[in-house]
Design a protein around this ligand. Structure first.
Ligand code: ME8
Length: 513
């Protein structure tokens, strides 16, 4: 079969973003929630930029780890998967995640497409049979040779490994080492942030041996089309989801419309699989390489927050307690690029009070209160002067920085840009003292309040990708469309209607103890 290749310059109007397919062996925690919420914010941002977005998430259901977990619970692997997939869907509904497709690796069309892809690689001679000797880490679903182990333990998680030796099928990964190295040197932005790019460049030479891609000691997987006694290695099956979900190799229209992915969002734990392993499979298929963004870890009790150690925070509980959007705001503002962060509930409360209550919500509420009190909710006149020009410049700077940071996937910085702008608005109120002119110069008070509200309206527009509900409440209150925001229409100066009548709402957020 010949595989058409996309002509990239035709497709600059699209944005294809994916989360990892989470394993269905257990419930998800704040770490998984972070990745999905981060991806959702990017999807919403690019939608607001006018791009056609396709946002994919899903579940990883085959392999030893799921098989073992199901056995322990006295269930079939499929029953365990069904149960946890319902829970995943419920969690994403709670987090108001607007994905376009949820793929399960047990979906029939995915399984059929994986078989077709295996067939293509087999025909091409990129898969061959051999004896496999390795050390397996079941929780990581990874295999290592002896030299890669650290003190006899899994180099990824430090857990115990078991020796496996069997006849199975290998993928000729080594064949693609040079071309991938060359492509990565030419396109350093394929792997973001830079620290992760450097990590992979440092590993290429030692991490691209041929890899076993089948298992013969259990049967919870996709049978190989050329040897039904073996099943596909879970990572080979799961990683293909990013193209099978777009129809590859059956529906090439959809595939060509969205491939390559603009961001496979993951954490650094699965970086090798999403770069060197995935890239060599794609190279073998003659398919363009996608971009990967790997964030750091949420730490808890001194280590990585992890299902295995049970040191986890439940996102349902947290959102019950603080609300979904404050939780999203906290998660996205807290994890800096390229680093890990300790989870702290005190920090969540502190951020909530400082940013969402004191800075944002109070500023709006105080202004609306003055607006009603001094002007009866109607603008008298709007005559900008020097102070207003300065505020307008702050907006221009803040929105440019915000867009730049979002484009760089530095959402924490983009949120800081918004809060810095709101602090500048509060500084403007302090400097201009609208209450002082209320009695003798209504036009001046009106001008100031207009500019504060116009600034807060723009701040709400910028908050929209992360907190769409909150932004919507503010925008509705200010007589602008509360959803389906497009920056082209809404992120600009001077849109607030001077002729409309406005009413004060309840404060959006109240201080937490
Ligand atoms: O690896 N901090 O699934 P998984 C930040 N099925 N992010 C975290 C985290 C933490 N402490 N813990 C988990 C798999 N994550 C495979 C993926 S894709 C084809 C197959 C997030 O359920 C982060 O995104 O172990 C990480 O990469 C992912 O969950 C691992 O999820």
């Amino acid at each position: 079969m010949s595989i058409p290749i996309r002509g990239s310059e035709l497709f600059v109007d699209k944005f294809y973003i994916t989360t990892p397919l989470y394993y269905v062996n257990a419930k998800l925690h704040v770490g998984h929630t972070y990745t999905t919420v981060f991806s959702d914010a990017l999807a919403r941002y690019y939608k607001a930029c006018g791009k056609k977005v396709f946002f994919l998430t899903g579940s990883d259901e085959h392999g030893q780890k799921i098989f073992d977990a199901a056995q322990k619970q006295g269930k079939t692997p499929k029953a365990l998967a069904d149960e946890n997939v319902s829970y995943f869907v419920e969690l994403w509904k709670r987090m108001e995640i607007g994905y376009d497709k949820f793929i399960r690796t047990t979906d029939t069309d995915h399984e059929e497409r994986v078989k077709k892809i295996l067939g293509i690689l087999w025909e091409k001679g990129d898969i061959y049979k051999g004896r496999y000797e390795a050390f397996q880490c079941v929780p990581c679903e990874s295999f290592w040779n002896e030299g890669e182990l650290k003190d006899g333990k899994c180099p990824q998680c430090g857990g115990p490994v078991k020796h496996v030796s069997e006849e199975n099928y290998f993928f000729r990964m080594s064949k693609y080492k040079d071309i991938i190295k060359e492509k990565l040197i030419k396109n350093p932005l394929l792997i973001k942030p830079e620290i992760r790019y450097n990590e992979i460049m440092g590993k290429i030479d030692g991490a691209m041996d041929d890899k076993s891609i089948s298992r013969s000691d259990f049967d919870w997987g996709i049978p190989l089309p050329f040897d039904e006694k073996q099943v596909t290695y879970v990572w080979f099956d799961a990683i293909l989801n990013y193209i099978t979900a777009l129809g590859y190799p059956d529906d090439m229209d959809m595939f060509n419309r969205f491939w390559p992915a603009d961001a496979h969002v993951i954490a650094k734990d699965i970086l090798w699989f999403h770069t060197l392993f995935w890239y060599s499979i794609l190279e073998a298929l003659g398919v363009e390489l996608p971009a990967v963004y790997a964030h750091g870890y949420w730490l808890f009790k001194g280590g990585k927050m992890s299902k295995r150690t049970g040191s986890v925070i439940d996102p349902f509980e947290l959102s019950d307690k603080y609300g979904v959007e404050p939780l999203k705001y906290f998660l996205l503002s807290e994890l800096p690029e390229g680093a890990d962060t300790d989870y702290s509930e005190d920090r969540l409360v502190e951020k909530f009070n400082n940013d969402l209550v004191n800075t944002f919500s109070n500023s709006l509420h105080r202004t609306m209160t003055m607006f009603e009190k001094y002007l009866g909710g109607k603008f008298a006149a709007v005559a900008p002067g020097e102070h207003e020009e300065k505020l307008k410049n702050s907006f221009a700077q803040a929105s440019a920085a915000y867009r730049k940071h979002f484009r760089e996937f530095r959402i924490n910085m983009a949120l800081k840009d918004i809060m810095d702008f709101v602090r500048a608005i509060n500084g403007y109120i302090q400097d201009t003292e609208p209450f002082k002119s209320a009695d003798n110069d209504k036009a001046r008070t009106s001008t100031i309040i207009y500019h504060v509200l116009e600034s807060l309206r723009n701040a709400a527009v910028m908050l929209y990708p992360v907190m769409p509900g909150t932004a919507g409440i503010v925008l509705k209150n200010l007589n602008r469309p509360p959803e389906g925001i497009e920056f082209e229409q809404e992120l600009k100066w001077g849109l607030l209607d001077t002729a409309a009548a406005y009413k004060k709402n309840e404060p959006i957020f109240m201080r937490l103890k």
